[in-house]
Design a protein around this ligand. Structure first.
Ligand code: GLV
Length: 314
């Protein structure tokens, strides 16, 4: 019997699906991810690994696997996997792009609207019993989204889904990416994007070229009235530089779904800032999308084990 290791808490019905397909399944069952020791012990005789972004699949883990044919990740991001090393060992890698594009783009627009129109701040005001003045023309003013410039860093599937939404909101879109794309938006260099955007959105994957792509220098170039939005990976922003800039009013606000450390610690200074909207890495977290991701990741895993074509392979 072929064996698969599931190294994060996964849906029971999809674990059953794997068993119904004749596989022996060893599955981790806690929201707190397993230790590297546990993964190394259990991967040694596994034919396939189903992992998520909470698992670090580095050389050490890959070396502990003696029979592994496939790593299937329940994510679009793959910065948690040493892809080159796995490939050098002839291990195939599956991932889940496409199915989470719309959910993630929707969340990003939610973040744009929430931070620009101070939606979460307003909710907080009411809940903490601080809405104690009648309506006035200058109360809780936010920033208009219509007519503003959206600057997208990265132009993959999510970037394109953002353009579609931005048009509906009457925004002008500029973008920067490694290469110019055939999209209805203006290709600009990163400096220009930082200077001209009213909303900067990060839609890149994390790799050595995008690590801290938003740093002190980048933020210094942004308008004081601008907002920064990130639902990609925390490490694409130098969080210390961003926190400092927000404290000093160098930009107007930020909306973040991802952080350098997750979960963020309770003493992270971002928590204290009113002009920041924080969500706990929920870009793809809808019932519909998570089911599609489960189906794709499980089918990728099965295809990798059987030597068949995967739905999405790196
Ligand atoms: C989520 O962050 C993913 O990479 O799918």
């Amino acid at each position: 019997m072929q064996k698969v290791l599931v190294s994060f808490r996964f849906f029971n019905e999809w674990i059953k699906f794997l068993k119904d397909n004749g596989l022996e399944v060893k599955a981790w069952d806690s929201p707190v991810p397993p230790s590297k020791i546990w993964i190394k012990e259990n991967i040694s005789d596994a034919d396939g690994l189903l992992c998520s972004l909470v698992n670090r699949i580095d050389r050490e883990v890959i070396d502990a696997a003696k029979k592994l044919k496939v790593i299937s990740t329940f994510s679009v991001g793959y910065d948690h996997i040493d892809v080159n090393y796995a490939k050098s060992k002839k291990i195939r890698i599956g991932y889940t792009p496409e199915v989470l594009t719309d959910a993630t783009a929707d969340l990003i627009f939610g973040l744009i609207l929430a931070v620009a129109r101070r939606i979460v701040e307003g909710d907080r005001l009411i809940r903490f019993g601080k809405w104690n003045q009648p309506w006035t023309p200058d109360f809780m003013l936010g920033t208009e989204v219509n007519g503003k410039v959206l600057g997208i860093v990265g132009m993959g599937r999510i970037g394109k889904a953002l353009i579609k939404r931005a048009k509906g909101f009457g925004m002008k879109v500029i973008y920067n990416s490694r290469t110019k794309k055939d999209v209805d938006a203006e290709f600009v260099d990163l400096d220009y994007l930082a200077k001209e955007s009213d909303f900067v959105v990060l839609a890149v994957d994390l790799n050595p070229t995008t690590y801290h792509i938003v740093n002190k220098d980048f933020i210094e170039k942004m308008k004081r009235s601008a907002f920064l939005i990130n639902a990609s990976r925390g490490k694409v922003i130098d969080e210390t530089a961003l926190t400092e800039a927000l404290k000093l009013g160098k930009i107007r606000g930020a909306a973040l779904d991802v952080f350098e450390e997750e979960p963020i610690s309770s003493d992270n200074p971002l928590i204290k800032l009113e002009n920041v909207v924080l969500t706990p890495h929920i870009g793809s977290a809808t019932y519909e999308t998570r089911q599609k991701m489960a189906e794709v990741s499980v089918k990728n895993l099965l295809a990798g084990i059987k030597g068949e074509q995967m739905i999405y392979e790196l």
